[in-house]
Design a protein around this ligand. Structure first.
Ligand code: ACO
Length: 323
């Protein structure tokens, strides 16, 4: 028998304010047509004034708990993937713990930018397999609107705010690719690429800073590294791309999503796409897409799902799981 971390609940939250591409035309030299054709994005949600990442995360967590039919007391641990924490400390995860009135267990944040949810899932998987925790709430939550330079048309039209959450718990499997739950993970980073995607501020530089990106360079790395990490994770699980039911990619750009699917030999009807409605929500994008994919009736129990993401660092990785 092999212990597997199985998804038993999923949920998401998007702030009320929806911003269509056309809104940017009033303040920037841009157009709905340019944004759609270069990125696939049509609209995104922005958090209300005063609304923070922990608020989004808590709402997504409550939705996942409801989906699983669980109470906060049933959870042992909370891991939040975010690069846009409310405060330098405490962690967003402990703020969610307090909001949920969870008086036990432990909570912490993981920061790997857009790959954050992949890193958080992989961490939660290891903790479940090693018996350190039983039921883990894994959340991706971001307010990237807070680190946008609204005069930089190359970045500010691409990002949005939101949160998604999963609940993972152990189930015994046979140790084969037919098991439910996380079957393999693959994590990578290469710090030499820090200058192509970063925020030009932080605690020890004494300002919050804005996101800076060399879009073409990030694009160049993305397709190749995403296809490679997905293929590696599949091989670790003893599976191949023909067996995939759904790819749930990081939702940054439809051209990256389509290019990666093509490299994996998959048609787009096996890819969950939400980028048109959410923009790039960094660490929140994969759990949001998983939740929306399930709600749409795309992802069903027993489906083989491959998730992959790349972001600042560069950091990238993939998780193969059976829903
Ligand atoms: N509206 C109109 N024109 C624009 C805009 C805009 N919003 N933004 C840039 N342009 C202009 C540029 O200034 C450039 O003009 P120039 O030729 O006069 O210099 C022209 O459009 C072409 O710009 P490119 O950068 O070559 O456009 P490209 O086709 O590469 O698309 C984009 C840009 C969408 C940023 C693309 O490179 C991309 O998606 N890269 C990956 C970004 C990404 O995925 N980042 C996130 C991953 S990690 C994370 O999620 C944190």
């Amino acid at each position: 028998m092999t212990t597997r971390a199985v998804v038993t609940g999923v949920g998401h939250y998007l702030p009320d304010r929806v911003v269509e591409n056309a809104e940017f035309e009033a303040t920037l030299d841009t157009s709905d047509a340019w944004i759609r054709s270069r990125s696939g994005i049509e609209r995104r949600h922005f958090a209300a004034e005063g609304q923070t990442t922990s608020d989004l995360a808590t709402r997504a967590a409550r939705a996942a708990l409801t989906d699983a039919g669980l109470e906060p007391d049933d959870i042992d641990a909370i891991i939040v993937a975010t690069s846009t924490a409310d405060l330098t400390f405490p962690s967003v995860a402990t703020m969610v713990q307090a909001e949920l009135r969870m008086m036990h267990g432990f909570a912490f944040d993981v920061q790997a930018v857009c790959a954050g949810f992949i890193y958080a899932l992989s961490t939660a998987n290891s903790m479940i397999i090693s018996g350190q925790a039983k039921r883990i709430l894994v959340i991706g939550a971001e307010t990237f609107s807070r680190i946008m330079d609204w005069t930089d048309r190359g970045t500010c039209v691409l990002f949005g705010d939101g949160a998604g959450a999963l609940i993972l718990e152990p189930q015994e499997g046979e140790g084969t690719g037919a098991d439910r739950g996380i079957l393999a993970t693959d994590l990578n980073s290469d710090g030499r690429y820090r200058d192509i995607l970063y925020v030009d501020g932080g605690v020890s530089t004494q300002n919050t800073g804005f996101l800076r990106m060399q879009g073409k360079e990030v694009f160049r790395h993305a397709v190749e590294k995403l296809a490679s990490t997905a293929t590696t994770a599949l091989a670790k699980a003893g599976l191949n791309s023909d067996q995939i039911d759904w790819v749930v990619p990081h939702q940054a750009n439809i051209r990256i999503i389509a290019g990666t699917a093509k490299k994996l030999g998959l048609s787009m009807d096996r890819v969950v796409v939400t980028v048109q409605d959410h923009g790039n929500t960094s660490a929140a994008s994969i759990p949001l897409a998983l939740s929306v994919g399930k709600a749409r009736g795309q992802i069903k129990p027993g489906d083989l799902v491959v998730t992959e993401a790349i972001g600042g660092g560069l950091a990238w990785g993939a998780v193969v799981l059976r829903w």
